[in-house]
Design a protein around this ligand. Structure first.
Ligand code: HGY
Ligand code: MN
Ligand code: MN
Ligand code: MN
Length: 404
């Protein structure tokens, strides 16, 4: 694979859902941009004589070989984004998988000994319905359909509404044991969301672990009142408790060497001249090990509760989604490292569908160097040269797994 050929296919998708002002992407599951991305994927897969199907959970599968076969070698990633997210987070794994199939065929490899599939998982970012990796979690049973039925997007739409928008049956989402049983191994290629490969001066890396992480919804209730007539001493202002909570999360994370972020907040009623009655915020917390993560969340919760007592407000903290630490299959990892000639092995603080699948099948991740180290923002980047190297590496891995 050459950088030029990678760039040509990349640019046929790169304009879809891109915001002209920020340069970031607005690809929310089953929204217009996502539907166009799905159409793009289906066309490219059919052009490669792959058989395409969408499963009951909205994940799209493109098969090379017997799609009813077992022990399939599955690769792929996701096409949805966070608001104004980067171009590569997700799509790089999908584009690279399609091109890796081209490379394998150009090497003269036809009929794989094991079926190969490229999968596009739905709602990996959780940017629309609030829970990440929803498509893969539904397939594996990691989340129950009953729980998904309670999810609403910002327009109060449901996951079933999303499936309907994609002309899919809205009533069948849930565990897909038969499909999961056909997967023999899953390998996800992803842009690195950090600068480790830059510092290691390596274009490709292999993952050994995903940090435990989660999202907690914090609801703070106080007393709505007039901004101009209510004395400061009489206020029960949830925004004050919230502000303190953000500072506490930042401090606790720094002390523990963990990561804590509050990137989303909703204020009711949201008027400039009204003291809020309620503030809802989401804490994203991550750490290298579960006990540190638990300790940071507990410390933030304790500091918030204590502060609420002083502010006359009340606080509720609910875990919306928690992802346990993932250690990728060491045998598969080492086999891939050997196949690729010894690239660096590194952990990640980012969650992935590979983390969900790793509880069920041998799973691995390849990383492609990101010169800016930025992700979940327009500055995310990977060069065509490194992306082409990623395609060739993925092709080597697929050849190792599906023809040996
Ligand atoms: O949030 C994450 O870690 C992933 O990028 N969805
Ligand atoms: Mn991703
Ligand atoms: Mn992401
Ligand atoms: Mn007034």
């Amino acid at each position: 694979m050459t950088p030029e050929r990678f760039g040509a296919l990349w640019r046929s998708l790169a304009h879809v859902g891109r915001d002209a002002t920020s340069g970031g992407y607005l690809r929310y599951s089953f929204g217009d941009a996502d539907l166009r991305c799905r159409e793009w994927f289906t066309e490219e897969a059919l052009d490669r004589d792959l058989s395409v199907e969408t499963d009951r959970n909205g994940n799209v599968w493109a098969w090379w070989g017997d799609q009813r076969g077992s022990d399939a070698v599955v690769t792929g990633s996701h096409l949805d984004s966070v608001p104004h997210g980067g171009a590569y987070d997700g799509p790089l794994g999908v584009v690279s998988a399609l091109l890796a199939i081209d490379v394998l065929r150009e090497r003269g490899l036809s009929a794989p000994h094991r079926p190969i599939a490229v999968v596009v998982f739905a709602e990996e970012e959780g940017a629309r319905f609030g829970v990440p990796c929803l498509g893969s979690r539904l397939m594996t049973g990691a989340i129950a359909p009953e729980q998904v039925r309670t999810l609403r997007d910002r327009d109060r739409m449901t996951y079933a509404d999303g499936l309907l928008a994609a002309d899919l049956d809205p009533d069948r989402f849930g565990p897909d044991t038969e499909r999961l049983g056909r997967i023999g191994v899953f390998v996800e290629l992803h842009v690195e969301q950090g600068k480790a490969l830059v510092e290691l001066d390596a274009p490709i890396g292999v993952a050994d672990a995903i940090w435990p992480h989660g999202r907690w919804r914090i609801t703070i209730d106080g007393a709505g009142d007039h901004a101009g007539t209510t004395r400061m001493s009489d206020r029960r202002d949830p925004m004050l408790t919230f502000a303190y909570g953000v500072l506490a999360a930042n401090k606790e994370a720094r002390l523990a060497g963990a990561h804590a972020t509050v990137g989303r907040v909703a204020v009711e009623p949201g008027a400039t001249n009204a003291i809020p009655s309620r503030v809802t915020a989401w804490l994203d917390a991550r750490a290298a090990d579960p006990s540190t993560l638990d300790a940071v969340v507990a410390a933030v919760s304790g500091r918030l509760t204590e502060r609420a007592g002083r502010d006359g407000t009340t606080v509720e903290i609910v875990a919306e989604s928690v992802s346990p630490s993932v250690s990728f299959d060491p045998e598969l990892r080492d086999r891939i490292v050997k196949t690729l000639g010894g690239p660096p092995v590194l952990p990640t603080g980012a969650g992935h569908d590979a983390g969900v699948l790793s509880a069920h099948v041998p799973t691995a991740m390849l990383f492609v160097r990101n010169p800016t180290g930025v992700s979940h923002a327009p500055g995310e980047h990977a060069t065509d040269v490194d992306c082409a190297a990623g395609v060739n590496a993925l092709a080597d891995v697929l050849a190792e797994l599906a023809w040996r």
